[in-house]
Design a binder for this molecule. Sequence first.
Ligand code: BJW
Ligand code: ZN
Length: 243
Amino acid sequence: MEPLVLDSRTRLLVLTGAGVSAESGVPTFRGMNGLWENHPVEAVASPQGFDANPALVWRFYSQRRTGAADVKPNPGHDALVRWEQHLGDRFLLATQNVDGLHTKAGSQRVVDMHGNLFRTKCADCGRVPFADTSVHPSGTVPKCDSCGGRLRPDIVWFGEMLDPNDLARIGEFIQRQDGTRLVFLAAGTSGAVWPAAGIVDEVRAVRGDTWLVNYESAANTERFHHFVQGLSGQVLPTLANLV
Ligand code: BJW
Ligand code: ZN
């Protein structure tokens, strides 16, 4: 297999999805044993679902908070930390995962595209989101101290805009013109959710090299130059040649 060469002329954008956390014991969304097997997606991950039944949404996210509280990073997360230490500012990690495991592992240049499971915001006023590990599993909805409105998890749901600052940071990294060559690697993601699924094409538009590491073929596999099929915790630690 051709190695992924990370040398002093390379800048690397990594996109991770739920598959990267799977070997830490965090369930994925889609497919076998996926989190959404027993929950209609729109009921728990959309503003409309929250308006219709906020207590159900808090039950779902309370289970998620409890499940993700004690999990540990796996060798896939650790490999990305080593790559960042090697590349410095020529590395950026965009993650769709909300479990915080990349930060726990030691990654620093992280864009949390879809928010953070352990942060809460107000659905009804503009107060700044805050760190929060509390759970509300028994049909209650926590109230905002500032306005008395409904609190909600600080997660990007379907139909909601991603933070424009996050998108700008990823876009600027892709467009950077400093004489380095751009490599993009997506790992553990089904390629089903936008705008993350379209990053591969933004990278191709500037003639970047593109890699996918996934357990099974993704919705956008054919857009990548290289597809390495396997578990990220096994593939990532040996994939790159750090020179
Ligand atoms: C392993 C493994 C191992 C397992 N090793 N691999 C353009 C076209 C069509 C639709 C749209 C579009 N633009 C926007 C949309 C609408 C929508 C969308 O994408 N819909 C599609 C489903 C069709 N997007 C949005 O609404 C986004 N907002 C937006 O674009 O705003 C502007 C706009 C709105 C409306 C219209 C147009 C523009 C927001 C998307 C936010 C997604 N948020 C979620 C929910 C969070 C809730 C929560 O956490 O509870 O984030 S969706 C869910 O999917 C979650 C994930 O981050 C995201 C991606 O999933 P991921 O990470 O890929 O996981 P899985 O489970 O799908 O796949 C895991 C993969 O790993 C599998 O392939 C396994 O094989 C593999 N695997 N073990 C390696 N060990
Ligand atoms: Zn409020």
